[in-house]
Write a protein that binds this ligand. Structure first.
Ligand SMILES: Cc1cc2nc3c(=O)[nH]c(=O)nc-3n(C[C@H](O)[C@H](O)[C@H](O)COP(=O)(O)O)c2cc1C
Length: 228
């Protein structure tokens, strides 16, 4: 994959601009972006310009959020000490997960690579601010979990933005969330949502790794849709 020009160095559109027309070529490329986004666990060791990640993060923060509360909080995990704590947390949670499977399934689980923690040059713990005043509770009264859903929406935007730059993102959830929050000194009221490993992928893939490894295939649209 080629390292691309920093989006921050590209001319920024002004707000007075006419709304864009998304043409057929763009729609095709958008579908390609969806198809070629992958959860990545195999990274090259080359560094990633922090400015490129920040530029993508800035755009991802334009994602939807309940009451426009923008509850996403990002903690860059840079120090060897903090990374070692996350790695130990993952290893313990992964050992527990492995113990919950038996026989052939356990053997298959043990063979999977389920994080790029050992190599990803950029690592971000993502939290949802549950007690923030922003949005004044709109939309979240009966469903407080919508704050966390909003953070997931931003992560999905980030996933696609990074992929468009040739960068890969791997989501790690095999972690004990309270231990992680304490180890990373998360603020009170922050709920852990996901741990993101970001870097240049070793290869581009059209099919999910878990499908290629025979763990879980993609399902057809009919499986997801019901009409009432
Ligand atoms: C909420 C969430 C948590 C995930 N946690 C992990 C994880 O801990 N380890 C892992 O290898 N993949 C994790 N993934 C990635 C999924 O395994 C991956 O999205 C799925 O297999 C489909 O592959 P694709 O993203 O390449 O299409 C997670 C994905 C999501 C959305």
């Amino acid at each position: 994959m080629q390292d691309r020009k920093l989006p921050m160095s590209e001319p920024r559109p002004s707000h007075s601009e006419e709304p864009p027309e998304f043409d057929t070529a763009f729609r095709r490329e958008l579908r390609d972006l969806m198809r070629w986004r992958r959860d990545v666990r195999h990274f090259r060791s080359d560094s990633v310009d922090r400015a490129l990640v920040m530029a993508c993060l800035e755009e991802a923060c334009k994602g939807p959020s309940v009451g426009n509360s923008q509850p996403w909080r990002f903690v860059f995990v840079d120090t060897p000490d903090a990374r070692a704590k996350v790695k130990a947390n993952f290893e313990s949670a992964n050992a527990d997960a492995l113990a919950s499977y038996h026989g052939e399934k356990a053997e298959r689980y043990a063979r999977l690579k389920l994080s790029g923690l050992d190599i990803a040059p950029v690592q971000i713990a993502v939290f949802a601010e549950l007690d923030g005043a922003e949005g004044d509770g709109l939309g979240a009264r009966t469903m407080p979990e919508t704050k966390a859903y909003s953070v997931v929406a931003a992560i999905q935007c980030l996933w696609l933005l990074l992929r468009a730059e040739g960068l890969g993102l791997g989501w790690v959830s095999i972690l004990e969330p309270e231990r992680l929050s304490a180890d990373l000194a998360a603020e009170p009221g922050w709920r852990f949502v996901g741990y993101l490993c970001i870097g240049w992928p070793t290869e581009a893939q059209e099919r999910p790794e878990l499908e290629r490894e025979g763990w879980q295939a993609r399902l057809p649209l009919e499986h997801f849709v019901k009409e009432v």
